[in-house]
Design a protein around this ligand. Structure first.
Ligand code: GDP
Length: 426
């Protein structure tokens, strides 16, 4: 992936999230100097399996599992400081040395207890199917210019004023929901004063630090959370997350220039999943849905929620390739399809009698979309031991070739299992 001309690489999910970004970041981090998370919050969960241990990282970039790699949480992330330190302490307990390797942007906004309260009690959040971790309300406060940033922890008086503003807004929201619960300034301040002691020492001007690292010749991975179809602008609005998950968001969310990014690797499952509500044109019916969910262990890393499953949607991934400028595709979970006798790929949608091969922005069109499927032969043999493309059955290679031609992007990695070594570099 990295070479002298390709040193800053963004990793994006090219579907609805949970594509296995954590594993690819983990694999690629081996040759990176820095891994930087650029958006989202503790609602994302990357799962990385190393040996017989599995690590679920919600906010810390998965690069932390490589001893020499330094990690940063960019300004585009909304940071939950409480869970950050739980995560850090868990890593330390597992023998991962975090000291001096993890930095947090001074400009990142904080997710505070009242954001979680509002999120968990709002019917709007339930409709969208959010994780209830306060991410949406924290981004709302950011855009409404009443957010609390990490750097505000340096000034107690100013911090109290900001917290008062946030609490008063949250309480107005709670009152409008007709619930009794209320947020409280003093307890929020007490929590922040306690957490500031640990947070401020790892606070940095991350944009500047990464700029300097790039200038000095470091390999830098920019790690997104969720997926392109959950992007607040380009996803299936309003069933989206509150941030820019696509590659453009990587520059904004880390504080480096878009011109500094050399490549974008799109992570896609060999099929499609989605958690939460909203359209999923290729969604499977029972019993196939349960079969795929079980084979792929498709349950949320953060919430345990069962994911909705469908066939590979070429319209979705081609769209993702275009809006992200994908230079390569990493196809994950190919092994999950090992037992199917035939496998479908969606090549277009029929909407109101008309064929669409470009992803529509209009949710109404998408909800009525009937997928057009091309059926390919399954390979019905295990792929988990394949380490080069030629180890794969012919039918699996044909499947990957079809994905590549449909998405108009070269497949550069194929993942065939959860372990670090179960990967094919093409
Ligand atoms: P992320 O948020 O995009 O990193 O995705 P998640 O961590 O939520 O989901 C990916 C899950 O799939 C994790 O449990 C991974 O261990 C697992 N996974 C990743 N690649 C593969 C693969 O090639 N095969 C199988 N069977 N599982 C994989």
């Amino acid at each position: 992936m990295f070479d002298p001309k390709t040193r800053t690489v963004v990793i994006v999910g090219a579907q609805w999230g949970d594509e296995g970004k954590g594993k690819l970041v983990d694999v690629l981090a081996e040759r990176a100097g820095w891994v930087v998370r650029y958006q989202g919050g503790a609602n994302a969960g990357h799962t990385v399996h190393i040996g017989d241990k599995s690590f679920v990282l919600h906010q810390i970039p998965s690069g932390i599992l490589h001893p020499g790699v330094r990690c940063a949480i960019g300004n585009g992330v909304v940071l939950d400081p409480e869970t950050l330190f739980t995560e850090i302490d868990e890593l330390i307990a597992d023998g991962v040395d975090v000291q001096g390797r993890l930095y947090v942007s001074d400009r990142a906004h904080l997710v505070l207890p009242f954001h979680k309260l509002v999120d968990s009690l709002s019917s709007a959040s339930r409709e969208i199917g959010t994780t209830g971790r306060g991410i949406g309300p924290a981004y709302e406060d950011k855009i409404a210019r009443r957010g609390v940033r990490v750097l505000d922890l340096r000034h107690t008086d100013r911090l109290r004023k900001l917290v008062e503003k946030g609490v008063s807004h949250a309480n107005a929201m709670l009152a409008s929901y007709g619930v009794e619960d209320r947020a409280d300034v003093d307890s929020t301040m007490a929590l922040l004063e306690r957490l500031a002691l640990r947070l401020l020492p790892i606070t940095e001007d991350v944009g500047l630090v990464i700029h300097r690292a790039i200038t000095a010749g470091a390999n830098v991975l920019l790690e997104g959370a969720q997926g392109s179809l959950l992007d607040v602008d380009h996803g299936t609005y309003p069933f989206v997350t509150s941030s820019s998950t696509t590659s453009g968001g990587a520059a904004i969310g880390t504080g480096i220039s878009p011109m500094a990014i050399h490549a974008a690797l799109g992570i896609v499952k060999a099929y499609t999943t989605r958690v939460g509500n909203g359209p999923l044109p290729t969604e499977l019916d029972e019993p196939l849905a349960t079969r795929m969910r079980t084979l792929g262990n498709e349950f949320g890393a953060t919430t345990g929620r069962p994911r909705r499953c469908g066939w590979f949607d070429g319209v979705v991934v081609r769209y993702a390739a275009r809006i992200n400028g994908l230079t390569g595709l990493a196809v994950t979970k190919l092994d999950v399809l090992d037992s199917f006798d035939r496998i479908a790929i969606c090549t277009g949608y029929t909407v109101g009698g008309e064929l669409h091969t470009e992803f529509p922005g209009d949710l109404t069109a998408l909800e009525g979309a009937v997928p057009n499927y091309e059926w390919l032969d399954g390979w019905q043999s295990p792929t988990g031991d394949a380490r080069v493309l030629s180890d794969l059955p012919v039918a699996a290679r044909k499947y990957l070739d079809r994905v590549e031609s449909l998405v108009e992007t070269p497949v550069t990695y194929v993942s065939v299992g959860t372990r670090r070594d179960q990967i094919i570099g093409v």
